[in-house]
Design a protein. Structure first.
Length: 649
């Protein structure tokens, strides 16, 4: 094997840093913890690696991406999905997503960069083994911390129980699902002490509270991942014994594989049938709202079948076809009445990117499956790869029926794709030498790409998120005035979600302290709310396409009304709020919040009877939404002089 060039060694060091450091890294310096800091670290490391790779590939063609169907399918998917984003409801959200998820097109581009760089530069088994071991090592640490969180000590109170450094049990479950199968690959390939080592790490991962015994019963905290792992493991075992020389074992493996395929197919179809056994079983685990999300997604696909509503724009059909059951006690009493994901990766791509994007997405995994099946069945190592990756793909697909990918699972599955691409394309383990002669054009191109991406994808968004964190945590009213303008006037890096976050914080917090404010504090808070509302209107509120943005604007206007003492200004504020009522009805025609917000305005204007009539109408349209009756009771109590003016929120 030829020696590995220094630049390639640098790239490999950066790739190992990504798979090991990103899952473990967190700072909690932003408003939403875990995901933003991981994303920015990932962007930084992969952009350096990509710039070096670009320079190398321009000098030495041997490091250009392999012409593999997997990479071609991935490129086609990104191309179609990008078009869907450009023509979608909100291109800003399509590219940047929200500040808490950061799962838009920008993230997908960086994941694609990771897969391309890995597939183009990792050319020997030992380098692949090192990066897979690094990936498993990070996952083992994540699992160990989830175990330690059982102790409920202050040191391990990083996030919700069992979610470790990932920050969410479902996200951690999907990430560790992939890690577990990579660990299984290392276990099956190894012998002696190494086999014992990977056996121990596998036990640490699979015995995590995410997968094994929890308050939910036999399922772990990551319920979808718990089921998916056992199905994937069973398939892996079946595929392993199909390679046996003993006929009865071979037949058994085939029968089990076919049986699993039939069960999964029937189960998938039955999930869309009301009162079917699988659906009834899953509803016992408090995921019935998923089925409501799916129904909205299907209606969204029917309305925009070709290119959908735009990546990350599921919120549009969700609110347009809003199901009032989400406000009932059977579905957590409104806690899931606002969402931006259908919690099904395939329906999400279909509704946000259209059928074209979904077909392109499936083409990626069809290519992956074909590449796995294509392996030499007479080779023991290849049989291990086929069985392990076959089980992984099935487990991954099953889990994503109830969830969606995040940064850590994206990186892990991209590594698997890159591995299959490179191992299926390479004929030897040699590295081509790179000329020491500097090519200014290549160097300048790589450097310019790096600087532009560093500024646009990392520096500006970090400044924006740190500004948001400062506003939320301790900036004075005078400081916040200028910060609002800076926050929303800059290039769109999730500013819609920032606006919703800040307005929601005001709308929830101010009414709680309203009676505790003195005159000076009231004036300062009034000024702060006015500055925020003005900044939002200037940069995001002219023609809101996001229901929550429009609703938050109306509520913020009404919150400002509560603080304002000048009669003329109070009248203007209510008129502004009324102007948004038709927009709310257009964006979400069946949403009871429309009636609540209109009833609130009527109450402020002094027409209690009109407010009660609106609330009665809302109750008639959705009698199961018990909170509406609570509002009606409060309105009558106000009418009788028993309480102060209530808030219908």
């Amino acid at each position: 094997m030829n020696g590995k060039p220094p630049l390639i060694k640098t790239i490999h060091f950066l790739l190992i840093s990504i798979v090991f450091a990103v899952p473990l890294f967190f700072t909690k310096q932003f408003v939403f913890g875990f995901t933003p800091e991981k994303t920015f670290l990932f962007y930084f490391l992969i952009e350096i690696a990509f710039a070096i790779w670009l320079y190398v590939a321009l000098k030495q063609k041997a490091y250009l991406p392999p012409r593999h169907p997997l990479l071609i399918a991935g490129g086609i998917f990104l191309f179609i999905y990008t078009i869907a984003g450009v023509v979608g409801v909100s291109p800003e959200i399509s590219f940047w997503s929200t500040i808490s998820r950061m799962s838009g097109l920008v993230l997908l581009y960086h994941v694609g960069m990771f897969a391309v760089v890995a597939a183009s530069t990792l050319k020997d088994k030992e380098s692949w083994r090192k990066i897979i071991i690094s990936t498993v090592a990070a996952g083992t640490v994540v699992a160990l911390i989830s175990h330690a969180q059982r102790l409920k000590t202050e040191f391990f109170s990083l996030s919700s129980m069992g979610s470790s450094t990932i920050g969410n049990t479902s996200y951690a479950g999907l990430y560790l699902l992939i890690i577990l199968f990579l660990n299984l690959l290392l276990f099956l390939e190894s012998t002696g002490k190494k086999k014992l080592l990977f056996g121990c790490t596998g036990l640490i991962i699979i015995s995590s509270p995410l997968f094994f015994i929890s308050p939910f019963g036999i399922l772990g905290l990551a319920r979808a991942a718990s089921i998916s792992i056992w199905v994937g493991m069973l398939l892996t075992g079946a595929l392993l014994i199909t390679g046996s020389k003993r006929k009865y074992l071979k037949k058994m493996g085939i029968y089990i594989s076919v049986f699993l395929a039939v069960i999964l197919l029937v189960g998938a179809v039955s999930l869309f049938i009301e009162n079917s056994p699988p659906r009834t079983f899953l509803q016992k685990y408090d995921i019935g709202s998923r089925f409501i999300f799916w129904e909205g997604a299907i209606r969204g696909v029917a309305e925009r079948p070709v290119l959908g509503w735009g990546p990350e724009n599921y919120f549009a059909p969700f609110y347009k076809y809003f199901d009032t059951r989400l406000f009932t006690e059977d579905y957590a009493g409104g806690l899931e009445a606002n969402t931006d994901k259908p919690h099904n990766a395939y329906l999400e791509i279909a509704v946000t990117g259209g059928i074209l994007s979904l077909l392109a997405y499936f083409a990626i995994f069809i290519s992956l499956i074909l590449a796995i099946i294509k392996a030499d069945r007479d080779n023991k190592l290849q049989r291990i790869h086929t069985a392990t990756f076959g089980g992984l793909v099935v487990a991954y697909f099953l889990n994503d029926t109830f969830l969606f990918d995040t940064i850590t699972s994206y990186i892990a599955i991209a590594l698997v794709i890159a591995y299959v691409v490179e191992r299926g394309s390479s004929t030897n383990d040699s590295y081509a030498s790179i000329s020491k002669r500097t090519r200014p054009g290549s160097l300048i191109a790589a450097f310019v790409v790096f600087l532009l991406s560093l500024n646009f994808f990392i520096y500006e968004p970090i400044v924006q998120q740190k500004t948001l964190a400062h506003i939320a945590s301790g900036a004075t009213v005078a400081e916040r005035s200028g910060m609002y303008e800076d926050l929303f006037a800059s290039t769109s890096h999730g500013r819609t979600s920032m606006a919703i976050y800040l307005m929601t914080k005001m709308n929830v917090g101010v009414p709680k302290i309203l009676n505790e404010l003195d005159v000076e504090e009231t004036e300062m808070l009034l000024s702060d709310i006015h500055n925020l509302r003005t900044a939002v209107l200037n940069h995001t509120g002219d023609d809101p396409v996001h229901y929550r943005l429009a609703l938050s604007l109306v509520e913020l206007t009404q919150t400002e009304y509560l603080l304002e003492k000048d009669y003329a200004k109070r009248t203007e504020l209510l008129a502004e709020a009324e102007g948004y009522e038709s927009i709310l009805r257009e964006l979400s025609p069946t949403n009871p919040q429309n009636y609540w917000i209109e009833a609130q305005r009527e109450l402020f204007e002094g027409d209690t009877e009109a407010a009660i009539k609106l609330l009665e109408t809302a109750k008639g349209q959705a009698p199961d939404v018990t909170v509406t009756q609570d509002f009606i009771d409060a309105a009558y109590s106000f009418k009788n002089g028993e309480i102060a003016a209530p808030l219908f929120r």
